[in-house]
Design a protein around this ligand. Structure first.
Ligand code: NAP
Length: 252
């Protein structure tokens, strides 16, 4: 089914899952605001989209800062048109066992994932309700089910699920759906950093993880981008408030 061209914002889209998602949405004909901490860091994704014949702009904003978020969403509307698709993907990890986790480790992770998704969604929904159409896709994680060394991250990612379901309930009558994608292990800079933390070579780390996954491979950013693209599509209009685990197999 061909998509009506819309305006999308993807946060944390300088690399990894966000970059793949921005490129995928652009390939489907949407104009994409590629948002990351700095405009400069977002430029490579914009270039990739433009070279492939798509339309994109780079935006620098910290998703946990109200003023920066409001300005970025306003700029998107001015330069590309009113945003109708929002992918809350920006994220950080500050892993540590509970007894070693600092206040800052906790606050930083909760602030970027949860406050970030809240601020971005609040700013974008104003444009979506006006259009009577919207798609919000939030990045959760298999860590929402609990993961050693990630008390902060798993709390944030479980929080994303409750946040998503509430948005689905509140915004449904405006033609807006909200869903969460919960990836398992995806090969990105984030998981490379995890390998480094546990002192393992990234290739060995990936091979060890792949052996535990029913489809016998680790995920790639495009696996997540494809799922996000479906949830952002016209035909996903009756799917809302759901959490889709994309992990190569079922999780407990
Ligand atoms: P990544 O490679 O680390 O990319 C995350 C991007 O978000 C980076 O470009 C980062 O910028 C940006 N970012 C961080 N803080 C930000 C802020 N305050 N405002 C704006 N942008 C910010 O991560 P990824 O692996 O692609 O993960 C993307 C999302 O999927 C995250 O929400 C993550 O939790 C989730 N996820 C990933 C996996 C996995 O296995 N990789 C599994 C489950 C869920 P800087 O580089 O400047 O920090």
């Amino acid at each position: 089914m061909s998509q009506t061209p819309r305006v999308a914002i993807v946060t944390g889209a300088a690399r990894g899952i966000g970059a793949a998602t921005a490129q995928r949405l652009a390939a489907e004909g949407h104009s994409v605001a590629v948002l990351d901490l700095t405009e400069d860091s977002a430029k490579a994704t914009v270039d990739a989209i433009t070279e492939a014949g798509g339309r994109a702009i780079a935006l620098g904003a910290d998703v946990s800062d109200t003023e920066q978020v409001d300005a970025a969403v306003r700029t998107t509307a001015e330069r590309l048109g009113p945003p109708a698709i929002l992918v809350n993907n920006a994220g950080v990890i500050r892993d540590n066992l509970l007894f070693k986790m600092t206040d800052d480790d906790w606050d930083t992770v909760l602030r970027v994932h949860l406050r970030g998704a809240f601020l971005m969604s609040r700013a974008a929904q104003a444009y979506m309700t006006e259009q009577g159409w919207g798609r919000i896709v939030n990045l959760s994680s298999s860590s929402a089910l609990g993961n050693r060394g990630q008390a902060n991250y798993s709390a944030a990612k479980a929080g994303m699920q409750g946040f998503t379901k509430t948005l689905a309930i509140e915004l449904g009558k405006f033609g807006i759906t909200a869903n969460a994608v919960a990836p398992g292990f995806i090969a990105t800079e984030m998981t490379r950093a995890t390998a480094e933390r546990v002192g393992m070579d990234f290739e060995e780390f990936k091979a060890a993880r792949a052996a535990q996954v029913p489809v016998r491979r680790v995920g790639v950013p495009e696996d997540i981008a494809a799922t996000v693209a479906f949830l952002a599509s016209e035909e996903a209009g009756y799917v809302s408030g759901q959490v889709i685990y994309v992990a190569g197999g079922p999780l407990d």
